[in-house]
Design a protein around this ligand. Sequence first.
Ligand SMILES: [Zn+2]
Ligand SMILES: [Zn+2]
Length: 275
Amino acid sequence: MRADLHVHSTASDGTDDPAEVMRRAAAAGLDVVALTDHDTTAGHAAARAALPGSLIMLPGMELSSELAGRSVHLLTYLFDPGYPELAAETARIRDDRVLRAQAMVRRLGELGATVTWAQVAAIAGDSVVGRPHIARAMAEAGLVDDPAGAFTKDWIADGGRAYVEKYALPPARAISLVRAAGGVTVLAHPRAGRDWELSDEQIADLAAVGLAGVEVWHPDHDPAERAALLALATDLGLIPTGGSDDHGQLTAHRIGTELSAPDTYDRLISAARRS
Ligand SMILES: [Zn+2]
Ligand SMILES: [Zn+2]
């Protein structure tokens, strides 16, 4: 079973709409694809309606969490999106994302890099607004050569001059809410090295409070990191997963370039049944 369990669409900061993402998943020869937009499940219905052939869409979301002031991404699957407490928290995160993006636009202006909120909002459209939308506005305004150029310490990278924190849940609370909603949580790209990384001890602490898995096969992990994470997952009884973190054009359409082990889909479903 070929499964890519980490993919974004225009429901958050990908460039392809959910139907196009499903089409590309089938074209890449996938059996299972998880749609994991940031802090929203808004793309699921359109993805389901567009499923080609025998492709399975695993419903998911990449949930923003925060530990000791640092951002931690969690891949969540198979939860009930209508579960009230979880829905309320994700709505709060989305509302705060707008305030935070507006604050970053103001800081950019103070630094002499003028983009307007109207430009950013036009690029984001109905999507959950995020830094990639600001980055695209900066590129269109000629402030950086391309959107990737905005993700530096000078601009909107983590800790950058125009960076603003967003509201997020502590990961232990996120894990327990997702479990209460009938789902499972997988720690996303723990060795992606975006400024800082969780320690093995911190991952063990999350395993002790119900984390179900850890993302091992991710484009930002090198072979040594994959081997170490796989060993850690085995030690802690966590399900190792893999996914491309495809964002459409932003990541050169890489869907299907990172896969999970063939039994992963069934293991996640079994774990969700036990939660
Ligand atoms: Zn992420
Ligand atoms: Zn992602």
